[in-house]
Each structure stands twice: as C-alpha cells, then as structure tokens.
Design a protein around this ligand. Structure first.
Ligand code: PLP
Length: 354
C-alpha cells in the first residue's frame, strides 16, 4: 500500500494553528529581552533558570545529527520517549475511530497511550520464540489502522526482532511503523535510523533513560522524516525539554565514550549473570538478551519475587503478563549487585527447595 502522510494526519492537526512562543518568534541576540514575561530579577536558586529554554533544542539536535547521520530537522526531543508516543497518537489517531497494532508481550506504554487517546488496540502476539508474526500482523491491517508499534530489542523479552521482518512490514504497511529502540545500545544489531531515507513511514524512538543513564532527566528522541518531525513540533508543548535537561544532554553528548563504556560493562555483566543464573535449580530458562535486563523463567516466580524483596532486592514480576507466565525481569546491576542477587537466590533455594 502506498504511503500518503497527508491522508493519515488528523484533520484538526492539519488545520491546527500552533502556539507561537516568544522564543519561537525571536531567537536572535537582543540586548534586552522583554518579550516573554520572564523574571529579570532572576531565580532563587544557585543556578539561574529565569529564562525559557530553546523550544527546538537546536544545539543538541546539531550534535545528534552529526552522530547518527540524519538532518537536525529529522530529530524530535521530548520529555521521555513517552512524550513522543503520546504525540504520535494525537497527531495520527482519531479517538473512537482509528486503530493501532501492538505485538505483546511488549512495552506497556503503547497500550496505555492508546487507551488514554481512546484508540482501539489490535494485538498480534509475538511467536513462541518472541519474534514478529508477520502474516498475523498483515492480516490485522485495516483501513483505520494508523500505527504499528514494534519494540526491538523488546521489553520485556530482551530479544531483537528480525530485521527482514521489520523491513517487510515497513514495505507492506501504508501507515506509520514505530520502532522503539530504547535498548539499542546494548545490541550489536544496530539502529534502523539508516532506513529512514528508504521508508517515509518509519519512526524510530530512542531514549536517554537506559544506556545513557539519564532516566531522571526525562529526555527521549524520535527520528523520522522532516515532515513527520514538523508535525511533532507543531503539536508538542512549546518548551517541552527544560533548560537543565538540555544542558545535561549536551554534557552527556560530549562524554559519549563514557556511555559506550558503561553499555559495554553492562553487556559483560549481563552475560556473566545469565551464565550464573542458569546454574540454579529454580531457574528453568534464561532468555538471551540484547538489552540491559534478563527475562528469567523460574519455578514459583511470586515466591522468589517476595523472597528477594525481603532481602531488599526488587526485580520485576512478569507472571501476569501473557506469554511471560512464571517469569521475572531482572535488570543487570553492578557486579556487586548481581552477586547479591545470586547469593539471595542461593539462600532461597536452600530454604525452600529440598
Ligand atoms: C524504558 C523504555 C523506554 C523509556 O521511556 P522514557 O520515557 O524515555 O524514559 C521506552 N521504551 C521502552 C520499550 C522502554 O523499555
């Protein structure tokens, strides 16, 4: 099916007159700024925050553009990738009419965002080995299907989706394909950003919350065609990324090597933890992972979860997630933290398994 961006956009968004912010109207170097009702007497904090931040984060986008080889106007920065997901719904999906496809078990925010925006969800489960059911997804396409959400590496299963399967879906789907790459830095597979030129319907999501270690800053990224990014900019709140967040993102981008080194360390720890976990009697299966966590199938997940909690260690119980019955999702910690986890598991086995 041919991709026609214009036909996918909600009418109210097409005709929307966006808010015109002071810094949007003038971003030059004036001597005195009396245009934004800011407080010229400053803020009661050590660092001054009295001025509004750059609404389009130009400096950061230039830096990122050079790193990932896209144009700055193909980048959106938001208050976490969660903001990008919500904006996608508000740009493309008519409440009560349009539909999206998600492939469970996967990231919960796709469905929550759909529900908030009153958009119908069609679920096409992953296959038994947690890969994409391409024929099933194609069967689910309907005239009102506006978006397909994929997550690779996937949360909570940790595996990457076959690249050919994603490309096939990009080719055959006439609407938006969102690929959430929150964990891409932990995978050797690499990003789909390089495919943006070939696929105008592709939106790639990344985040500063995982490999970059900046979850508290709340910054996420969307990469897409400049036409789609222009829609994001039209709909987003004018000053959606705070000055302090922008400042630290710039600092982080200057220390990209540290991020890469930390991601490498996490990968080493992940493999160590996986090998160790396999030695436990209560552990039935450890899925290989391209992310910073392991999905572990255990005997009596709830009992282990509660035992660990009692030891001061909190993991994620996935027992109630379809296809993840009996599974715990364990984030890879420092080697000391992982050792503590393993010791606690040993203690559990000694006290409960006879
Ligand atoms: C953690 C995670 C994110 C990050 O969301 P932010 O809002 O950027 O913190 C996005 N997608 C997936 C699949 C995740 O697991």
């Amino acid at each position: 099916m041919a991709f026609d961006l214009d036909s996918l956009i909600r009418d109210n968004i097409k005709t929307l007159v966006p808010y015109s912010s002071a810094r949007g109207e003038y971003d030059g170097d004036a001597r005195i700024f009396l245009d934004a009702n800011e407080n010229a007497f400053g803020s009661p904090t050590a660092q001054d925050f009295s001025r509004y931040p750059d609404p389009l984060q130009a400096e950061i986008k230039q830096r990122i553009a050079r790193i990932v080889s896209v144009a700055p106007d193909q980048i959106f920065l938001g208050n976490g990738s969660d903001e990008a997901i919500d904006l996608l719904f508000r740009i493309f999906c008519r409440p009560g009419i349009d539909r999206v496809i998600v492939c469970p078990p996967t990231y919960g925010m796709f469905e929550v965002s759909a529900n908030i925006n009153a958009v119908t969800i069609d679920r096409v489960n992953l296959t038994e080995d947690f890969d994409l059911d391409v024929p099933g997804i194609k069967d689910a396409f309907s005239d009102n299907t506006k978006m397909l959400f994929l997550c690779s590496p996937n949360n909570p299963t940790g595996n990457v989706m076959k690249r050919d399967a994603i490309l096939e879906l990009l080719r055959s789907f006439g609407a938006i394909v969102v690929v959430d790459e929150a964990y891409v830095h932990f995978s050797e597979r690499g990003s789909l950003i390089g495919e943006l030129e070939r696929f105008p319907n592709l939106v790639v999501l990344q985040t500063y919350s995982k490999a970059w270690g900046l979850a508290g800053l709340r910054v996420g990224t969307a990469f897409a065609s400049k036409e789609i990014i222009a829609l994001f900019n039209k709909v987003k709140p004018p000053y959606n990324v705070s000055h302090i967040a922008q400042q630290h993102i710039l600092e982080a981008l200057n220390n990209r090597e540290t991020m890469c080194n930390n991601a490498d360390k996490i990968i080493v720890e992940r493999e160590k933890l996986m090998d160790s976990l396999k030695e436990y009697r209560t552990v039935k299966k450890v899925l290989s992972s391209d992310a910073n966590f392991l999905l572990v199938r255990v005997e009596n997940a709830l009992s282990i979860y509660e035992f660990l909690l009692n030891e001061g260690i909190v993991v994620r119980d996935q027992s109630r997630v379809a296809m993840c019955e009996g599974c715990l999702r364990i984030t890879v910690g420092t080697s000391e933290e992982n050792r503590s986890l393993l010791l606690a598991l040993e203690k559990y086995e000694k006290s409960f398994v006879h």
